[in-house]
Design a protein around this ligand. Structure first.
Ligand code: HEM
Length: 424
């Protein structure tokens, strides 16, 4: 009798095959069937020695909150940095561990307050209305208009630009470099070190461009201080108490810009896709039967703009799902799968805005939980109902399909043609 032994994770149905499939164009376009396969293996499975795939809601939440796990180690020098080797996002809060993370996080949260965010509501409403005017113009007479280009990208850029203090005239120039830079976020534990980008590729060029831009803006703020986020962080840097280095100041400004709109644009497009696919949800939202916050939470759960993050064990002696994780062991956290865990949500693949107790992990959890979650929720809650009120008959364009961006970690659309009024 021949006994074949299959190491954990290998084989056509194992965790390694699921990760491999997620990294293909088909997997990126529709990861949800692969998540269902991951759930069938259990909340945690071994991909290979010392590497784990986590899809269970409770298990993802626990790893994110466990201080024993941290963001994967930063590369010593980010090759995508500005000339002279200064880093881009790699020195930011997103990849920092203790004590640097706590120091930067408390500093940034002092200026990125709930009060400052709430005060932005009128500005968000005005920006949304102005962009809806532009959308109406480009879609006049039933012509197709691109929702991503005309609304989903410019709205969050305007808002984060307002908050940071980026002049309005400069905001149009960020879409391409920010999109290129998101390459640095693609499944880092399985590809290159996090935040590192290839210096000669598009992400490297984008990192240099954004670093150059913010270096100039920092210089301007020093010369003429202002009460915006750039001004506040420059002041914190210049207080001379060692709370923020030059490299960290730059890295966090680039991060705030990119994190502030790539993800939120994804949320707006993913929300619109649901509204177009589900006329009942659309009608419920318009009549007020479906409440806006519950709708936004369910969009976040059902089609999270951030699908995956990763962690590394900082020490030995840790476990995940009962499996021992060695020091340096990598853990791939499938946020998008955790949001559809059948053990946590009944009928998880169904979009149901009347669910109770929806706690999407789309903004992460624990010490690195998204600093902009309140802002992103506010933007979606303002923008999507306004869009529906203005264009009650908005529809997809037959023969002009929406396209998804070819990314796994950040999930959103590249183009999204819509018809705003019924064709004549
Ligand atoms: C962190 C998602 C919008 C700024 C994170 C993390 C996630 C996330 C999952 C944690 C990553 C990890 O732990 O590995 C999202 C989503 C958004 C969104 C889905 C929109 C729908 C924003 C906005 C801003 C922002 C609007 C800022 C204006 C940040 C920052 C961090 C972060 C600074 C790092 C926090 C830390 O490391 O302590 N975001 N985000 N995000 N996000 Fe967001």
């Amino acid at each position: 009798l021949a006994v074949t032994w299959t190491p954990a994770g290998t084989g056509p149905d194992g965790a390694a095959a699921i990760v491999g499939a997620l990294l293909t164009p088909d997997g990126r376009a529709d990861p949800f069937p692969l998540y269902a396969r991951a759930h069938a293996l259990g909340p945690v499975s071994e991909i290979a020695d010392g590497r784990f795939l986590v899809c269970g809601h409770a298990a993802v939440d626990r790893v994110l909150r466990d201080p024993g796990f941290g963001p994967a180690a930063r590369p010593p020098k980010d090759p995508g940095g500005a000339a002279g080797g200064s880093p881009s996002m790699a020195r930011s809060i997103l990849w920092a561990g203790p004590p640097d993370h706590g120091r930067m996080r408390s500093l940034i949260s002092q200026v990125f307050t709930a009060r400052r965010v709430a005060a932005l509501r009128p500005a968000i409403e005005d920006a949304a209305d102005a962009l809806l005017d532009g959308l109406a113009e480009s879609g006049a007479d039933g012509r197709p208009a691109d929702f991503m280009d005309r609304f989903a990208f410019p709205l969050p850029v305007t808002v984060i630009g307002e908050l940071l203090g980026v002049p309005a005239a400069d905001r149009h120039r960020f879409r391409r470099p920010a999109a290129d830079l998101t390459e640095a976020l693609e499944l880092p534990a399985l590809a290159s070190p996090p935040g590192a980008v290839h210096a000669d590729g598009p992400a490297g060029a984008a990192a240099r461009e954004l670093a150059g831009y913010f270096t100039r803006l920092i210089r301007e703020r020093r010369a003429a201080p202002r009460d915006d986020l750039v001004g506040a962080l420059v002041a914190a840097r210049d207080a001379g108490d060692g709370r923020l280095s030059d490299e960290e100041l730059l890295a966090n400004l680039v991060l705030l810009l990119v994190a502030g709109f790539e993800t939120t644009a994804g949320l707006l497009g993913n929300g619109l896709a649901i509204l177009l696919d589900r006329p009942d949800v659309r009608a419920g939202l318009r009549s007020g039967e479906i409440e806006v916050p519950g709708f936004v939470e369910e969009v976040l759960r059902y089609d999270s703009p951030v699908q995956i993050t990763t962690r590394v064990a900082r020490t030995g002696g840790l476990t995940v799902g009962g499996l021992p994780v060695p020091e340096g062991g990598e853990v791939v956290l499938l946020i998008g799968a955790a949001n559809r865990d059948p053990a946590r949500y009944r009928d998880p693949d169904r979009f149901d805005p009347s669910r109770r107790d929806v706690k999407p992990l789309s903004f992460g959890a624990g010490p690195h939980i998204c600093l902009g979650n309140g802002l992103a929720r506010l933007e979606a809650a303002v923008a999507l109902p306004r869009l529906l009120a203005r264009f009650p008959e908005i529809s997809a364009v037959p023969g002009a399909p929406r396209t998804r961006r070819d990314r796994l970690v950040l999930r959103g659309h590249e183009t999204f043609p819509v018809r705003l009024v019924p064709s004549p």
